[in-house]
Ligand binder design. Sequence first.
Ligand SMILES: Cc1cc2nc3c(=O)[nH]c(=O)nc-3n(C[C@H](O)[C@H](O)[C@H](O)COP(=O)(O)OP(=O)(O)OC[C@H]3O[C@@H](n4cnc5c(N)ncnc54)[C@H](O)[C@@H]3O)c2cc1C
Length: 292
Amino acid sequence: MKARAFDYRRVASVAEALDAYAACEGEARFLAGGQSLLPALNLRLDAPDLLIDIGRIESLRGIAIEGDRLRIGALTRHAETLASPLIAEHAPLLTQAAAYMAHPAIRNLGTMGGSLALSDPASELPACMRALGAEFEITGRDGTRTVAADDFFLDLFENVIEPGEMLTAVRVPLPVPGTRMRFEEIARRRGDYALVGLAAHLVLTGETVESARLAFCSVGPTPMRAPTAEAALAGRPLDAAAIAEATAALADDLAPDEDEGFSAAARMHLARVLLGRVLPALREQETGEMAA
Ligand SMILES: Cc1cc2nc3c(=O)[nH]c(=O)nc-3n(C[C@H](O)[C@H](O)[C@H](O)COP(=O)(O)OP(=O)(O)OC[C@H]3O[C@@H](n4cnc5c(N)ncnc54)[C@H](O)[C@@H]3O)c2cc1C
């Protein structure tokens, strides 16, 4: 099948992209890496009148420390996330997660902004952003607003970006002393979307867990935090009893669906297996040894 006919416009700035969107009388879409949008057009799951190619907007590129945050431009390719020394040092969860995403050809084109804007609950980066406590910069013709990752994802492929707004960057808090983080997933084959994935972010003081942020992929309509499991860990040593309690608590937190011949019970089982693997690995991890 081929895509329906559409107009195409390449733009050089965010302002030009937003103006082009506003001027379009039909449906417009921003085109970033095209790794999700172009297959959707070819399958006629989407049929916009205008594609606004944002792939050459320089201001959407770049990875830099700004104050106590790591700012990552929306056009950062997955391959750049994987290779960035700044991300490996300050947000290695993203380095680890990018290694699980698709294959090199897709990672060379797919972008951070595209993945987050798409808001596929099976994707790795949305879960990582919730675990990291990231903020999203969303720009419209009236200015830029900041939204916490926890408030960004609304439902399956739905988020708070309004028509005509663009995700321009994410800001990830720099890790405080005692931070440990780890991403793991279980998939049928390497590069497939996760059957279940887990982005885990802990802050420890000595043996004690000060705070825990656990975010799963593929177990609900959005990337899912696990507040009951997080509460089971907070304020206690990361020992076998705490890990067992957190793992049992997942039943209260996650809502996997039956799909692709994979039962909700099996997905819940895999979520427990992952948490049971990741927490002991974090316990063994030395602070300052977070790199992928
Ligand atoms: C075979 C295959 C396997 C894949 N496997 C995985 C995987 O394992 N894990 C995974 O996470 N992903 C996977 N992907 C998806 C891939 O990571 C995409 O790159 C990503 O989902 C979308 O990024 P993109 O830059 O290509 O966005 P595009 O396809 O260009 O756009 C996607 C959507 O986001 C919108 N958009 C893009 N950028 C912005 C922006 N800055 N602001 C607002 N809206 C925007 C577009 O209008 C469109 O609606 C796979 C894709 C393929 C084809």
